[in-house]
Design a protein around this ligand. Sequence first.
Ligand SMILES: Nc1ncnc2c1ncn2[C@@H]1O[C@H](COP(=O)(O)OP(=O)(O)OP(=O)(O)O)[C@@H](O)[C@H]1O
Length: 244
Amino acid sequence: MIHVEDIHKRFGAVQALAGVGFTARDGQATALLGPNGAGKTTLLRTLVGLLQRDRGAVSIDGIDPATDPMGARRSIGLLTDQFGLYDRLSTREYLTYFGQINSMGKAAIARRIGEVCELLDLGDILDRSTKGFSQGQRMKVAMARTLLHRPRNLLLDEPTRGLDVMSTRALRRALAALRSEGCCIILATHVMQEVTQLCDDVIVIAKGQTVAQGSPQDLCRQTGIANLEDAFVHLVGTEEGIAA
Ligand SMILES: Nc1ncnc2c1ncn2[C@@H]1O[C@H](COP(=O)(O)OP(=O)(O)OP(=O)(O)O)[C@@H](O)[C@H]1O
């Protein structure tokens, strides 16, 4: 479970987070919705301890990433837009390296690579060097790395960006399975279809603040608007940041 209270984060003159608070529960997929520049990526990076917050409290399964970053990171899988692949390694070598960093044994790594390979359909790129991979292929390898150590909490920044239809569907199926295994999934996205198909709960942030939290139905009820996309626009007061 991830619990966040009143997080603030400033970059120079930019107040990126100005009072974000929410709870994301185990066994649920929680959507993080907000216009461009709302603070979603900053929030995810702060949750995993890659950025130091200026104020507020964070608990990842009871651990504060500011005081125990390694402890928090063991239970978190983070996917951002910075894939950080190593061109000279094949997908298998890259995943093996990350398994070793996470103190997994040789047999466990080999077994888990087989599982994520099947889950994300990586068969044809498993033994190719990642140099020259397409955007979608890079995304799949980064997602495999995110899932490799079986984290209980998944923080995913636009995970279907660049994926084709089949890979998108495979990833959504994989996330649904992880949710039913009890994972806590936070998914920053601009794709409303993803929210309605996959997410139990929605956090809406705008200008670095939480403006609403609830199920898609709650947000529609709260705004008196039947369609989630229109309810979102109403809540943030803008037409920015929406993909069909
Ligand atoms: N390292 C940084 N230095 C300066 N400003 C930053 C930095 N990182 C983020 N910002 C600013 O903080 C604000 C929030 O950015 P962030 O990337 O968190 O938004 P986002 O909600 O993820 O946006 P998008 O939907 O466009 O990906 C923006 O105004 C951004 O320009």
